[in-house]
Design a protein around this ligand. Structure first.
Ligand code: HEC
Ligand code: HEC
Length: 336
């Protein structure tokens, strides 16, 4: 009898151990997107998402408590800021437009020039960028350590109360991987719901293919994650040479990362310099063949699309607006 009880207790201890060892499953990818890959050294956990979300919205990460990640990547504006270029601390303006944080889980390198190789590497960049959040890593770590309420959150996410910049990066990146968009009219149409996309949008998909947009905006996230020169901003007084600034490779002169087109209708203005205000302007830009220059990609050329084709193409782009990210709102209170 005694033996039996012990054996039973043994099994339940074992079961408890197995249960504790099994990592929590990340949220399922929305319709239309493959399962995202979570880095082995920064696996998903709901506690890390919760911490990362608070850090993402907390202005105390900036030097003067005025700017958070959400200032420039605001959920209310499709995780961008609606401006051509962003404004950081003390009203300083940067040189590039804030890209959306939506669907970064399916991205390879981050930034318009791909200079960060992971979301973890990207996440802490803005904190120390003098014109974005203007802080330093030791200062932000000291600040967070001075806020008692953060300690239990770091403990829940990482097992102990230690706060360091690597953990800040890991938590923010984990939160960012939960900012998703899928299950759009396009995804439902592709999954067999023939009425999910309007006839105009279906025609627009064909224009998208005919105009070779999918040479670069390809796959589930509508980006090859590669760099191309489409001529945007090339005629500016001080030309931003994009990827070339990182690699010094002539083939990447004036090339920028191909952005996702998911939820594109919510993230105007467009391009790395925010120079195009509407999707109609974007379509016209491509239709005239971009801005000629010595490295213009061969897929960008004058198309002479008709007015209806252009309208259909825009209808298709609007059919890429999905669901997921709308559920994320700013926290109602912050750790004290
Ligand atoms: C002052 C505005 C501003 C703030 C604050 C800011 N960002 Fe950004 N963010 C930008 C701009 C501008 C870029 C593009 C810069 C570039 O490509 O050189 C960018 C790029 C990114 C990217 C790359 C997206 C892509 O598609 O390549 C991610 C991810 C991101 N920011 C997340 C964050 C996080 C997380 C924080 C907070 C720690 C943050 N940002 C704070 C303006 C801002
Ligand atoms: C040669 C590759 C390539 C082709 C072909 C291409 N794009 Fe792009 N697309 C890019 C790159 C690169 C950018 C960013 C350029 C920049 O900011 O300098 C971009 C930007 C965009 C943007 C703005 C995204 C944002 O977040 O600002 C839209 C919309 C867009 N493209 C739609 C299209 C459409 C529609 C077509 C077909 C008519 C097309 N693209 C063809 C590479 C391409």
């Amino acid at each position: 009898m005694k033996k039996k009880i012990l054996a039973a207790a043994g099994t339940s201890v074992l079961a408890a151990l197995v249960f504790a060892a099994a990592p929590p499953a990340p949220p399922r990818a929305p319709l239309g997107l493959p399962t995202a890959s979570w880095p082995a050294d920064n696996p998903y956990s709901p506690e890390k998402v919760a911490l990362g979300k608070i850090l993402y919205f907390d202005k105390r990460l900036s030097a003067d408590d005025t700017v958070s990640c959400a200032t420039c990547h605001d959920p209310k504006s499709g995780f961008t800021d609606g401006a051509a270029v962003s404004t950081g601390i003390r009203g300083q303006k940067g040189g590039r437009s804030a890209p959306t944080v939506i669907n970064r889980a399916w991205s390879l390198n981050q930034f318009w020039d791909g200079r960060a190789s992971s979301l973890e590497a990207q996440a802490i960049g803005p904190i120390a960028n003098p014109i974005e959040m203007g802080n330093s890593y030791p200062a932000v770590v000291a600040r967070l350590n001075s806020i008692e309420g953060y300690k239990p959150l770091f403990k829940a996410a990482f097992g102990d109360e230690t706060i360091d910049i690597t953990r800040v990066a890991k938590a923010i990146a984990t939160f960012e991987r939960t900012v998703v968009s899928g299950d759009s009219p396009y995804d439902r149409w592709k999954a067999g719901q023939t009425k999910a996309m309007s006839p105009a949008a279906i025609r627009g998909l064909h224009v998208f293919q005919k105009a070779e947009c999918d040479a670069c905006h390809e796959g589930a996230n509508f980006t090859s994650n590669m760099y191309s020169n489409i001529g945007v901003g090339i005629a500016a007084k001080e030309t931003d040479l994009g990827r070339y600034g990182i690699t010094k490779d002539d083939a990447e002169w004036g090339a920028f990362k191909t952005p996702t087109l998911r939820d594109i209708e919510h993230t105007a203005p467009y391009m790395h310099d925010g120079s195009l205000k509407t999707l109609e302007e974007v379509v016209d830009y491509y239709d005239k063949g971009g801005t000629p220059n010595k490295n213009l990609d061969r897929h960008v050329k004058a198309r002479k699309l008709g007015a209806e084709e252009k309208a259909d193409l825009v209808a298709f782009l609007r059919a890429l607006s999905g669901k997921g990210w709308q559920d994320i709102t700013a926290p109602s209170s912050f750790p004290q």
